[in-house]
Ligand binder design. Structure first.
Ligand SMILES: O=C(O)c1ccccc1N[C@@H]1O[C@H](COP(=O)(O)O)[C@@H](O)[C@H]1O
Length: 209
């Protein structure tokens, strides 16, 4: 089966173009001020203008106000919202837009519970737990915590790079993978060859299936 891939945390127009050229299915813009990858609403609109047809644009939020999400949606043509904080299902569901819920995994049973709680999501993203940060930590987690039975698409994130994504896909068999830090030369600045190598590895698994 083809595994989709999202490259997240893009902040420069050239990185958006390189991510598209690498074959990424989806691109992520971070609308979360404390992140080194955060973009303003205005800049997000500029970057969105670089995204061609059939590439999904995702907006990442962490505990935003509903007003902020609406402000972004007025200006930036996001296809999917990614909620990476402690948002309730009701909060995520109010924008008339498809959405992904991200959870930070640290114990057995957590993912199963999230499948039930966030059943209206179009995907569940599983990331590493960190006591101080909501995500984008570059850390991976114990993939054994991921159940085989999944009622919705599962997106694997957390510390992925071209070094481990082949193994990750083979072991977890996710619907999609999501990467940020593993394809950067420094925080917020993507590295063209790392993005290409990452996508090459993702496609390599698909060929061996
Ligand atoms: O990228 C960030 O700075 C960020 C901040 C807050 C929440 C999530 C964030 N990024 C997302 O985290 C995962 C894993 O990232 P990494 O590959 O381990 O660096 C991914 O979904 C990012 O989009």
């Amino acid at each position: 089966m083809t595994t989709r891939a999202k490259i997240c945390g893009l902040t420069r127009a050239e990185d958006v173009r390189d991510a598209v050229a690498s074959g990424a299915d989806a691109l992520g813009l971070v609308f979360y001020e404390p992140s080194p990858r955060a973009v303003s609403v205005e800049w997000g609109a500029e970057l969105a203008a670089e995204v061609p047809a059939f590439v999904t644009l995702v907006g990442l939020f962490v505990n935003p106000s509903d007003r902020f999400v609406r402000t972004v949606l007025d200006r930036v043509p996001l296809d999917v919202l990614q909620f990476h904080g402690d948002e309730s299902p009701e909060f995520c569901n109010q924008f008339g837009r498809r959405w992904i819920k991200a959870i930070r995994v640290r114990e057995f049973g957590q993912i199963e519970r999230a499948f039930t709680e966030y059943r209206k999501a179009c995907g569940l993203l599983v990331d590493a737990w960190d006591p101080d940060r909501y995500g984008g930590t570059g850390q991976s987690f114990n993939w054994q915590l991921i159940p085989e039975k999944r009622p919705m698409p599962l997106i694997l994130a957390g510390g992925l790079s071209s070094d481990n994504v082949f193994r990750a896909i083979e072991q977890v068999q996710p619907w999609a993978v999501d990467v940020s830090g593993g394809v950067e030369e420094q925080k917020g600045v993507k590295d063209r060859s790392k993005m290409f190598n990452f996508m090459k590895e993702v496609r390599r698994v698909c060929k061996t299936d």
